[in-house]
Design a protein around this ligand. Structure first.
Ligand code: AMP
Length: 398
């Protein structure tokens, strides 16, 4: 798979459409609380400025209902881009109406036009061809730098690519880095390769588990999804999260691991609570003794030690999903200990998924990780072995 990259096409003096992912968290007063996603788009934008391009930026933000809604406006993004780039950002009032098309047409080298939220337009999420054609008509070159939505067949991500040949479309620096990193780690990992999978449900990660099991040396399961596996092993799991219909599937994954010689780790003790609440009474119990009316909300201390031990000889660690309900202090210790263990290992460490990225920020281990992916769903689909819709058209020879 050879991805067309921005550095390999001729963009000098051209009009460039860059699909970014500016879907940043904001508080109720529309203050940006974390501008990492904006910062990670700057490499590509600056590269285009340096190459005398006229730049049109597009992004979605939240889930507006196909029409203008001030809460989802990209105006705060324009302000932050202005601060970071120290240059004027021309803010469009809409996405593809006449006045915006006119602004795009008259855009000069070095100028930056930010379109309004592409999801204000009904055609974006339905991958509408007409909407894509209008977006495409604004520019000579299309750049996708929005890894976080590249697993979605949306108009500004997928349909738009049909309007550019392979010399006029490419992955931006961020997208290229994400794709290459995951491709490398999943297909040519330094062994032992250990994958840690957590989070709430088996269902969301089933395909990823099936693909991973064929590639890893060890797999560590924590979080809510562990209970479906523990149930398959015949344990009483009380009121813990479980997907009854996937108990058989969980057993199949464990059988497959055995067949392939993959070391399979499950919690041996858990923090249980009487209710799903930060105020609930909690205690540690072995998985053999989970009370019928209690629920498991974190891995226990013995499990954290066991998992850390299993990580000691790892050369590659891929982590997706917290070990417990890390949003509540009481149930974040397991995730915290594991985060420290991953951070202090000598392995190449890759963290994927919004929650896990958030978690390693909270635990202070962010700087110690080799790579933190900006996209949750997209990184999972790469682990599943899929080619993302927004990336397919950027592969040379496709
Ligand atoms: P996911 O989106 O599938 O990666 O799941 C992340 C969510 O899983 C987080 O919000 C955690 O609070 C939740 N989670 C982790 N462990 C548990 C658990 N034992 N019971 C319920 N929810 C959990």
């Amino acid at each position: 798979m050879k991805l067309q990259e921005i550095k390999n096409i001729d963009i000098v003096g051209k009009k460039i459409f860059i699909r970014c992912d500016f879907n940043v968290p904001m508080d109720d007063d529309l203050n940006i609380t974390d501008d990492r996603r904006i910062k990670s788009a700057l490499n590509t934008i600056r590269y285009c400025i340096d190459n005398d391009c006229a730049i049109i930026l597009a992004s979605h933000f939240g889930r507006p209902k196909d029409k203008y809604d001030e809460r989802y406006s990209l105006k705060p993004i324009a302000k932050r881009l202005h601060t970071l780039l120290k240059q004027e950002i021309i803010m469009a009032k809409n996405v593809v109406q006449d006045d915006t098309m006119e602004l795009a047409k008259n855009l000069k080298a070095g100028e930056i036009l930010l379109l309004e939220n592409v999801r204000y337009n009904v055609g974006e999420t339905s991958n509408d061809k007409e909407f894509a054609a209008k977006l495409a008509s604004m520019a000579d070159v299309y750049i996708n730098d929005a890894f976080g939505v590249s697993h979605r067949a949306h108009s500004s991500v997928e349909a738009i690519t049909a309007h550019f040949d392979i010399e006029h479309k490419a992955a931006g620096f961020l997208l290229a880095k994400e794709i290459k990193f995951f491709h490398h780690i999943v297909n040519e990992p330094k062994r032992p390769f250990v994958s840690i999978v957590g989070g709430s449900k088996v269902s969301g990660k089933l395909e990823a588990l099936h693909n991973l099991i064929k590639k890893v040396d060890k797999i560590i399961i924590g979080g809510g999804m562990a209970f479906t596996f523990l149930k398959a092993m015949g344990y009483e799991i009380g009121q813990s999260l479980v997907e009854e219909d996937l108990v058989g599937e969980a057993q199949k994954i464990m059988d497959e691991a055995k067949k392939l010689g993959v070391k399979f780790y499950l919690p041996i003790d858990v923090v249980v609570a009487e209710a799903f609440s930060a105020e609930a009474i909690a205690k540690v119990t072995t998985v053999q003794e989970i009370p019928k009316t209690w629920m498991g909300l974190d891995i226990g201390p013995a499990t954290a030690s066991l998992f850390s031990l299993a990580l000691q000889d790892a050369n590659t660690i891929l982590w997706n999903g917290p070990m417990g309900v890390y949003e509540m202090d009481k149930f974040m210790k397991g995730s915290m200990k594991l985060s420290h263990a991953v951070a202090s290992s000598f392995a190449t460490t890759v963290v994927g998924g919004g929650d896990t990225a958030d978690l390693v920020r909270i635990t202070g281990d962010e700087e110690e990780m080799t790579f933190i992916s900006t996209g949750g769903g997209a990184s999972l689909e790469l682990i599943e072995g899929k080619i993302l819709p927004g990336v397919k058209a950027l592969i040379i020879g496709e």
